[in-house]
Design a protein around this ligand. Structure first.
Ligand code: HEC
Length: 240
């Protein structure tokens, strides 16, 4: 009798559970993006170093800085806050969720850049068209971990308009502008950048010198970029 009961109840339970399990698996596979293995994307290599040319977007110098300065800020998508489960602070974390390699228009992380109102990302100000274009091209080119690709960098070139300001825009201004003033420092225009050059904090922070908070947060500019900024400061930080 006991055995009979067990069988009946065991069977009943399975009868109820089985459809639930099937439903769960179906729903789960719908709401979760396929898992992306960053190593597989890069043909088993941890990254794809080398010069980039002909419209190839360099992840390390052109895409990662946008994510770090505009998305991985504290309170948003850094490793601590993880808003909506997105951590956007390094290559592996970025490609893990919301990216369809080769298909920007199907990538959640790209589509969200065009939302407006409450859903706008980043919430304080949308990315520039050039920044959106870089992200789109990088995804469409396979979302590879292209690094050390800044070999076109020339330390003897350091005008504000062509060199310094683009570095600030891509790597710093996301965290240093009105409404998002890291350390109460604004780097969103020439006069404000020059003020930090004059007081020594600009070079102290980017060279990771003792006594300064290392910048940009969580990473370092290339040696060539640091030399360009040093040369510009040594030349009197001109607005050229
Ligand atoms: C992810 C956000 C973020 C990015 C990107 C970032 N900063 Fe900062 N920065 C901060 C925060 C937050 C502080 C204040 C840190 C503190 O006081 O502990 C700060 C402080 C500074 C300081 C003051 C340093 C000191 O020792 O007083 C300077 C100068 C600075 N940043 C320059 C830059 C430059 C130049 C870049 C780009 C190359 C940059 N930052 C990129 C968030 C950022």
């Amino acid at each position: 009798m006991n055995n009979f009961r067990k069988n009946v109840f065991g069977f009943k339970r399975l009868g109820i559970l089985a459809p639930l399990i099937v439903l769960f698996v179906l729903v789960d596979s719908c709401i979760h993006e396929p898992f992306i293995d960053p190593f597989a994307l890069n043909e088993g290599q941890p990254n794809t170093p080398g010069c980039v040319s002909g419209g190839t977007v360099c992840f390390e110098s052109s895409v990662l800085p946008i994510f770090i300065s505009s998305c991985a800020r504290s309170g948003c998508h850094d490793a601590i806050t993880r808003e909506e489960g997105f951590v956007l602070d390094n290559y592996a974390n970025i490609v893990r969720k919301g990216i369809r390699p080769g298909n920007a228009s199907e990538s959640e992380l790209y589509k969200i850049l065009f939302k407006t109102g409450e859903d706008q990302m980043p919430p304080d100000a949308p990315l520039s068209q050039a920044q959106k274009d870089s992200i789109a091209a990088w995804i469409n080119q396979g979302a590879k971990n292209t690094v050390n690709c800044n070999c076109a960098c020339e330390p003897t070139q350091f005008t504000y308009a062509a060199i310094i300001q683009p570095i600030m825009t891509n790597q710093c201004v996301g965290c240093h502008k009105p409404g998002s003033l890291g350390g109460n420092i604004d780097l969103s225009n020439y006069a404000l950048v020059k003020a930090q050059a004059d007081n020594g904090k600009l070079f102290g922070s980017i060279s990771h010198a003792i006594g300064y908070v290392p910048m940009p947060q969580g990473t370092k500019l290339s040696d060539c970029q640091i030399t360009q900024i040093k040369n510009w400061i040594d030349a009197g930080s001109p607005n050229n």
